[in-house]
Design a protein around this ligand. Structure first.
Ligand code: KIV
Length: 255
């Protein structure tokens, strides 16, 4: 999968199936199930390391997990999160760290933030780095947000998120993750943009869906309200992954 293949799915209105992934064995299993985008997410801080937030995750760790995922698969598009503190200082800082992730095997980098990150997105895009934006609930800003609550609930907050999405698209973002926002807002942003949106707790109208792999397997001690345990009632991890891909493709998930 290249960024062009993802765009083709979007243009054909075929929902994009994405999952987070942190190691080679799961990358192979996800590939066999037909997952199209693997995100080496900084959520590895939560589900692999047992941290309360994603803030302690380092560049060295993101490189290590990106290399592991890339060794395990060849088909899905692999994108990797720029971790907290690795891109907010300046576009130059973001470029230096994005280069390290691309050298580790990522085909795209993801960063959190709205219009304020537009300059950085444009800087990366102009230098050959595909970029995925991430708005709505931004886990790296958890302390500023005061928790992991749904975003965009008031009219003004919803308008701000729409403006953020447009600013990131204008700057050259290739994909936009929408996390934990009301479903009608997910739909409105998806309809206004001309790049794919990947939702996590953002309703079924997004161009694709993503879940944290360990939530999909029912392993997380605290399941986010928008997650579903696809392993429950099924005999194997492979069946659970295939059921997730099928549910996304048929727009049966999220309900
Ligand atoms: O790190 C992560 O898992 C993410 C998803 C929530 C999209 O950014």
């Amino acid at each position: 999968m290249t960024k062009k293949d993802i765009l083709r799915l979007y243009q054909c209105r075929e929902p994009i199936a994405a999952l987070t992934c942190y190691d080679a064995s799961f990358a192979q299993a996800c590939e066999q199930a037909g997952v199209e985008v693997l995100l080496v997410g900084d959520s590895l801080g939560n589900v692999v390391q047992g941290q309360r937030t994603t803030l302690p995750v380092t560049m060295t760790q993101m490189i290590y997990h990106t290399e592991a995922v890339c060794r395990g698969c060849s088909q899905p598009l692999v994108m990797t999160d720029l971790p907290f503190g690795s891109y907010q200082t300046s576009p130059q800082q973001a470029l230096e760290h994005a280069v390290l992730l691309m050298q580790a095997g990522a085909q795209m980098v993801k960063l959190e933030g709205g219009a304020v990150m537009a300059e950085t997105v444009a800087f990366l895009a102009a230098r050959g780095i595909p970029v995925c934006g991430h708005i709505g609930l931004q886990p790296q800003s958890v302390h500023q947000l005061g928790g992991f609550a749904m975003q965009g609930k008031s009219d003004s907050a919803a308008q701000r998120l729409l403006d953020d999405g447009l600013a990131l698209q204008q700057a050259g973002a290739d994909i936009l993750v929408l996390e934990s926002i009301p479903a009608p807002l997910g739909q409105a942003i998806t309809e206004r943009l001309t790049i794919p949106t990947i939702g996590i707790g953002a309703g079924s109208a997004c161009s694709g869906q993503i879940l944290v792999l360990y939530d999909l397997l029912g392993l997380s001690p605290i399941m986010p309200p928008f997650a579903r345990d696809f392993l429950s009632g099924r005999g194997s991890i492979q069946e659970a992954l295939a059921a997730y891909v099928q549910a996304v493709k048929q727009q049966a998930f999220p309900a």
